[in-house]
Design a protein around this ligand. Structure first.
Ligand code: URA
Length: 422
């Protein structure tokens, strides 16, 4: 087998054979196929697509590139959730302990933010002492003793994807449905969860900007999971405006703790409960009542145990950025748009995100929202507060917000998008 014939097959709109796929993934993982060759193949796939058989084989080959985890020793059914990424998407933080409080085991292998989207591990690392890197044994121990664990995927899990994702990120080949679906599902299937709920984001702040693409991505991933014996369902959810009232690491932890304490923004609570019900249903725990577990403090108890088991202090004060800048409403009326992408870029420029994988993030940086689409605002009232340790970043962040919102005349009839689209 040679890599040039594999690239030519896809370049010329052909179907890759099972043998070609197995060979190219294995050879790339071993370093026998060069980055420039794999990026040519990734671009050919982005332009010409893959059929269902090719996507399934590509996913299987990425799983086979590494180890598979095994949770069969646990007494509880396992349930996992994966979000395709967005702005202010802190849902994993309240959701994992909530679903654990209802009787499932929640192994949540999470990632870091890149570009305008936030990452669960960066958020949790703003809690003093908390550790994202656990050995497989530590992960299983936290899961077994607390019911939930949120940590980084080990190097042994789908190493082909680790390499390929980093390559796609710098070659303009992220936004390909076959590559996104196989990337996400290879990690989830290798992780060994019994059931999986996918939160497929749609809107300006998501990879999928329109509902048709989001639906195709969701259907592809559900097919891959189901064919591998993982009970998989997907919700299509809105990402045209940030989730909740914060985008940034410590800011989002604070908001998540508010949700676990029985408060928090309505959209975060609604989506957390919707995903919890799907996870419990998929795990065979239909009778559990997640709303009660939020109200009676049992989800908060699991959160505190889970954070402490990973070295964190759930009572420690969260970092606060050194400087704030308030953006006020330029006119009175109804806020009809507050753009997720623009707010995500602002949070990123303030220091909440990183431009390169190795960059540090600021725990306290980010954007706080004082109004959401549908709210009535008055000229001069605070609309957003920007937080950063590096105030020279304010001007750069403000540039991304110049056309981030629309305010219509008072009395305008406006209904915001529902949070769960389908
Ligand atoms: N998340 C992943 O893990 N992979 C992708 O390709 C896109 C989002």
């Amino acid at each position: 087998m040679d890599v040039i014939s594999v690239i030519r097959t896809k370049r010329d709109r052909g179907e890759l054979s099972d043998e070609q796929i197995d060979w190219v993934i294995d050879a790339y993982t071993r370093g026998a196929v060069a980055d420039e060759q794999m990026s040519a193949l990734a671009m050919a796939i982005l332009l010409n697509g893959m059929n269902r058989r090719e996507i399934a084989r590509w996913t299987a080959a990425m799983i086979a590139s590494g180890e598979r985890m095994d949770f069969s020793s646990l007494a509880r059914p396992t349930a996992d959730k994966h979000s395709t990424g967005g702005v202010g998407d802190k849902i994993t933080l309240p959701l994992a302990p909530l679903v654990a409080a209802c009787g499932a085991a929640v192994p949540q292998l999470s990632g870091r933010g890149l570009g305008h989207t936030g990452g669960t591990l960066d958020k949790l690392e703003s809690i003093p002492g908390w550790r994202a890197l656990l050995s497989n044994e530590e992960m299983l121990h936290v899961l077994d003793t607390t019911g939930a664990v949120i940590c980084a995927a080990g190097d042994g899990l789908a190493p082909a994807d680790k390499k390929l994702y980093a390559l796609r990120d710098v070659t303009g080949t992220v936004e390909a449905i076959p590559l996104i679906a196989s990337s996400i599902m290879s990690k989830k299937i290798a992780e060994g969860t019994g059931s999986l709920v996918l939160d497929v984001k749609c809107g300006t702040g998501a990879f999928m900007k329109n509902i048709e693409d989001a639906r195709e991505l969701a259907a592809t991933m559900v097919g891959l999971g189901t064919d591998s014996g993982v009970r998989t369902v997907a919700l299509l959810t809105d990402m045209s405006t940030p989730l909740g009232l914060t985008a940034g690491n410590a800011l989002e932890v604070r908001e998540s703790v508010e949700v676990l304490a029985g408060g928090g923004p309505a959209d975060v609570v609604e989506l957390t409960l919707a995903l919890a019900r799907e996870m419990l249903d998929a795990a065979g725990l239909k009778d559990a009542d997640p709303a009660r577990a939020l109200a009676d403090g049992s989800a908060m108890d699991v959160w505190r145990r889970m954070i402490a088991a990973q070295g964190g202090d759930p009572d420690a004060a969260l970092p606060v950025a050194r400087e704030q800048h308030v953006v006020t409403a330029p006119s009175s009326g109804v806020l009809t748009r507050l753009d997720a992408y623009d707010v995500g870029i602002a949070a990123w420029r303030l220091g909440a995100g990183r431009a390169r994988k190795e960059d540090p993030v600021q725990a306290g940086a980010g954007v706080e929202l004082h109004a959401k689409p549908g709210d009535t605002v008055t000229a001069g009232q605070p609309l957003l507060t920007l937080h950063t340790d590096t105030p020279d970043k304010f001007d750069y962040a403000l540039k991304s917000l110049t056309s981030a919102y629309d305010i219509a005349a008072a009395g305008t009839d406006f209904t915001p998008n529902p949070i769960v689209l389908d």
